[in-house]
Design a protein around this ligand. Sequence first.
Ligand SMILES: [Zn+2]
Length: 213
Amino acid sequence: MRYHLTILLSFFLAAVLASVNGFSQQSEQEKLFDLEAQKVSARQRLITHQLDSAILLSDQGAYEKADEKFKVVLKNLKSIPSDFTFHFGKNSFHLGLYKQSIDWLNKYIQLKGTSGQYSEAAVDWLAKAETALLKEREVQARQAGEVLSRDYDIDCGAAGKVLCPICSGTTVVVKKGYLNETYKTCPYCNRVGFLSCEDYNKLVRGELIPSSN
Ligand SMILES: [Zn+2]
Protein backbone atom coordinates (compact mmCIF):
# COMPACT_ATOMS: atom_id res chain seq x y z
CA MET A 1 0.00 0.00 0.00
CA ARG A 2 2.77 2.36 0.99
CA TYR A 3 4.68 1.42 -2.13
CA HIS A 4 1.67 2.34 -4.32
CA LEU A 5 1.32 5.61 -2.53
CA THR A 6 4.96 6.48 -3.21
CA ILE A 7 4.53 5.74 -6.90
CA LEU A 8 1.37 7.80 -7.04
CA LEU A 9 3.05 10.64 -5.22
CA SER A 10 6.04 10.66 -7.54
CA PHE A 11 3.75 10.65 -10.56
CA PHE A 12 1.91 13.57 -9.06
CA LEU A 13 5.16 15.42 -8.40
CA ALA A 14 6.39 14.77 -11.92
CA ALA A 15 3.15 16.11 -13.33
CA VAL A 16 3.38 19.25 -11.19
CA LEU A 17 7.00 19.81 -12.18
CA ALA A 18 6.20 19.30 -15.85
CA SER A 19 3.40 21.82 -15.73
CA VAL A 20 5.51 24.37 -13.85
CA ASN A 21 8.27 23.88 -16.39
CA GLY A 22 5.79 24.23 -19.24
CA PHE A 23 4.34 27.31 -17.65
CA SER A 24 7.68 29.05 -17.26
CA GLN A 25 8.64 28.20 -20.84
CA GLN A 26 5.38 29.67 -22.07
CA SER A 27 5.81 32.85 -20.09
CA GLU A 28 9.34 33.20 -21.48
CA GLN A 29 7.87 32.99 -24.98
CA GLU A 30 5.13 35.38 -24.02
CA LYS A 31 7.69 37.86 -22.76
CA LEU A 32 9.54 37.74 -26.06
CA PHE A 33 6.28 38.08 -27.92
CA ASP A 34 5.25 41.07 -25.79
CA LEU A 35 8.62 42.71 -26.38
CA GLU A 36 8.26 42.24 -30.11
CA ALA A 37 4.70 43.57 -30.03
CA GLN A 38 5.88 46.59 -28.05
CA LYS A 39 8.59 47.28 -30.63
CA VAL A 40 6.09 46.98 -33.46
CA SER A 41 3.56 49.26 -31.81
CA ALA A 42 6.24 51.84 -30.92
CA ARG A 43 7.30 51.86 -34.58
CA GLN A 44 3.67 52.06 -35.66
CA ARG A 45 3.13 55.04 -33.35
CA LEU A 46 6.18 56.76 -34.76
CA ILE A 47 4.97 56.29 -38.33
CA THR A 48 1.42 57.34 -37.46
CA HIS A 49 2.89 60.45 -35.87
CA GLN A 50 4.90 61.18 -39.03
CA LEU A 51 1.78 60.76 -41.13
CA ASP A 52 -0.30 63.02 -38.86
CA SER A 53 2.30 65.78 -38.95
CA ALA A 54 2.68 65.39 -42.74
CA ILE A 55 -1.06 65.97 -43.16
CA LEU A 56 -0.94 68.95 -40.80
CA LEU A 57 2.03 70.50 -42.63
CA SER A 58 0.30 69.97 -45.96
CA ASP A 59 -2.87 71.67 -44.67
CA GLN A 60 -0.73 74.58 -43.46
CA GLY A 61 0.81 74.96 -46.89
CA ALA A 62 4.25 73.60 -45.98
CA TYR A 63 4.18 71.20 -48.94
CA GLU A 64 7.91 70.48 -49.16
CA LYS A 65 8.19 69.62 -45.47
CA ALA A 66 5.03 67.53 -45.71
CA ASP A 67 6.50 65.71 -48.70
CA GLU A 68 9.59 64.73 -46.68
CA LYS A 69 7.43 63.25 -43.95
CA PHE A 70 5.14 61.48 -46.41
CA LYS A 71 8.23 59.85 -47.88
CA VAL A 72 9.39 58.65 -44.46
CA VAL A 73 6.02 56.93 -44.11
CA LEU A 74 6.34 55.41 -47.58
CA LYS A 75 9.78 54.07 -46.75
CA ASN A 76 8.70 52.50 -43.48
CA LEU A 77 5.35 50.99 -44.25
CA LYS A 78 4.87 47.87 -46.31
CA SER A 79 1.17 48.43 -46.60
CA ILE A 80 0.05 52.01 -47.18
CA PRO A 81 -3.21 53.16 -45.55
CA SER A 82 -5.78 54.26 -48.11
CA ASP A 83 -6.13 57.77 -46.66
CA PHE A 84 -2.42 58.27 -47.31
CA THR A 85 -3.05 58.00 -51.05
CA PHE A 86 -5.41 60.99 -50.90
CA HIS A 87 -3.20 63.24 -48.78
CA PHE A 88 -0.04 62.42 -50.70
CA GLY A 89 -1.83 62.91 -54.03
CA LYS A 90 -3.17 66.29 -52.94
CA ASN A 91 0.21 67.40 -51.60
CA SER A 92 1.85 66.32 -54.88
CA PHE A 93 -0.54 68.63 -56.73
CA HIS A 94 0.69 71.60 -54.69
CA LEU A 95 4.27 70.69 -55.51
CA GLY A 96 3.39 70.83 -59.20
CA LEU A 97 3.91 67.06 -59.57
CA TYR A 98 0.72 66.56 -61.53
CA LYS A 99 1.37 63.08 -62.89
CA GLN A 100 2.25 61.85 -59.43
CA SER A 101 -0.81 63.58 -58.03
CA ILE A 102 -3.10 61.96 -60.61
CA ASP A 103 -1.59 58.55 -59.90
CA TRP A 104 -2.21 58.69 -56.13
CA LEU A 105 -5.62 60.36 -56.30
CA ASN A 106 -6.75 57.73 -58.78
CA LYS A 107 -5.54 55.09 -56.36
CA TYR A 108 -7.71 56.60 -53.62
CA ILE A 109 -10.76 56.66 -55.88
CA GLN A 110 -10.14 53.05 -56.93
CA LEU A 111 -9.88 51.99 -53.30
CA LYS A 112 -12.73 54.00 -51.82
CA GLY A 113 -15.05 54.69 -54.73
CA THR A 114 -17.61 57.36 -53.93
CA SER A 115 -18.06 56.43 -50.30
CA GLY A 116 -14.71 57.43 -48.86
CA GLN A 117 -14.21 60.26 -46.41
CA TYR A 118 -12.22 62.12 -49.07
CA SER A 119 -13.92 60.83 -52.23
CA GLU A 120 -15.44 64.15 -53.26
CA ALA A 121 -12.27 66.07 -52.55
CA ALA A 122 -10.23 63.44 -54.39
CA VAL A 123 -12.34 63.88 -57.53
CA ASP A 124 -11.98 67.67 -57.30
CA TRP A 125 -8.21 67.55 -56.89
CA LEU A 126 -7.94 64.96 -59.63
CA ALA A 127 -9.76 67.26 -62.07
CA LYS A 128 -7.46 70.13 -61.08
CA ALA A 129 -4.38 67.97 -61.58
CA GLU A 130 -5.60 66.71 -64.98
CA THR A 131 -6.25 70.28 -66.13
CA ALA A 132 -2.89 71.48 -64.84
CA LEU A 133 -1.11 68.61 -66.58
CA LEU A 134 -2.85 69.42 -69.87
CA LYS A 135 -1.83 73.07 -69.59
CA GLU A 136 1.71 72.09 -68.74
CA ARG A 137 1.88 69.80 -71.77
CA GLU A 138 0.53 72.55 -73.99
CA VAL A 139 3.19 74.95 -72.75
CA GLN A 140 5.86 72.32 -73.36
CA ALA A 141 4.54 71.69 -76.86
CA ARG A 142 4.63 75.41 -77.64
CA GLN A 143 8.13 75.72 -76.25
CA ALA A 144 9.17 72.82 -78.46
CA GLY A 145 7.73 74.72 -81.41
CA GLU A 146 5.01 72.15 -82.02
CA VAL A 147 2.03 73.30 -84.02
CA LEU A 148 -1.19 72.75 -82.11
CA SER A 149 -4.55 72.19 -83.77
CA ARG A 150 -6.37 74.35 -81.25
CA ASP A 151 -4.70 77.43 -82.72
CA TYR A 152 -6.61 76.90 -85.95
CA ASP A 153 -10.22 76.83 -86.98
CA ILE A 154 -10.90 73.45 -88.52
CA ASP A 155 -13.11 73.34 -91.59
CA CYS A 156 -15.77 70.72 -90.85
CA GLY A 157 -16.53 70.11 -94.55
CA ALA A 158 -19.59 70.67 -96.67
CA ALA A 159 -22.03 69.40 -94.06
CA GLY A 160 -20.89 72.16 -91.72
CA LYS A 161 -21.41 69.92 -88.75
CA VAL A 162 -19.56 67.22 -86.88
CA LEU A 163 -20.69 64.17 -84.96
CA CYS A 164 -20.59 65.26 -81.32
CA PRO A 165 -17.31 63.87 -79.96
CA ILE A 166 -18.55 63.96 -76.39
CA CYS A 167 -21.45 61.53 -76.84
CA SER A 168 -20.38 60.08 -80.21
CA GLY A 169 -23.72 61.19 -81.62
CA THR A 170 -25.81 59.20 -79.13
CA THR A 171 -26.88 62.39 -77.23
CA VAL A 172 -26.32 60.44 -74.03
CA VAL A 173 -23.28 60.52 -71.81
CA VAL A 174 -22.49 57.46 -69.73
CA LYS A 175 -20.69 58.11 -66.50
CA LYS A 176 -18.94 55.04 -65.19
CA GLY A 177 -19.14 55.13 -61.42
CA TYR A 178 -17.48 52.85 -58.94
CA LEU A 179 -20.39 50.44 -58.81
CA ASN A 180 -22.79 51.45 -61.51
CA GLU A 181 -23.24 53.56 -64.61
CA THR A 182 -25.35 56.67 -64.78
CA TYR A 183 -26.82 58.14 -67.95
CA LYS A 184 -27.22 61.81 -68.63
CA THR A 185 -28.20 63.88 -71.63
CA CYS A 186 -25.13 65.17 -73.45
CA PRO A 187 -24.69 68.80 -72.37
CA TYR A 188 -22.89 69.86 -75.56
CA CYS A 189 -24.97 68.96 -78.61
CA ASN A 190 -28.45 70.08 -77.55
CA ARG A 191 -29.95 66.59 -77.98
CA VAL A 192 -29.12 66.33 -81.67
CA GLY A 193 -25.85 64.39 -81.61
CA PHE A 194 -24.15 66.91 -83.87
CA LEU A 195 -22.19 70.10 -83.31
CA SER A 196 -22.08 73.06 -85.64
CA CYS A 197 -18.63 73.72 -87.01
CA GLU A 198 -18.37 76.84 -84.88
CA ASP A 199 -19.29 74.97 -81.71
CA TYR A 200 -16.92 72.16 -82.63
CA ASN A 201 -14.03 74.58 -82.87
CA LYS A 202 -15.04 76.12 -79.58
CA LEU A 203 -15.17 72.68 -78.01
CA VAL A 204 -11.63 71.72 -79.00
CA ARG A 205 -10.41 75.01 -77.53
CA GLY A 206 -12.25 74.30 -74.31
CA GLU A 207 -14.50 77.30 -74.90
CA LEU A 208 -17.83 75.58 -75.49
CA ILE A 209 -19.91 75.91 -72.35
CA PRO A 210 -22.02 72.84 -71.58
CA SER A 211 -25.72 73.37 -70.89
CA SER A 212 -26.62 72.72 -67.28
CA ASN A 213 -29.55 70.34 -67.76
ZN1 LIG B 1 -23.33 65.20 -77.70
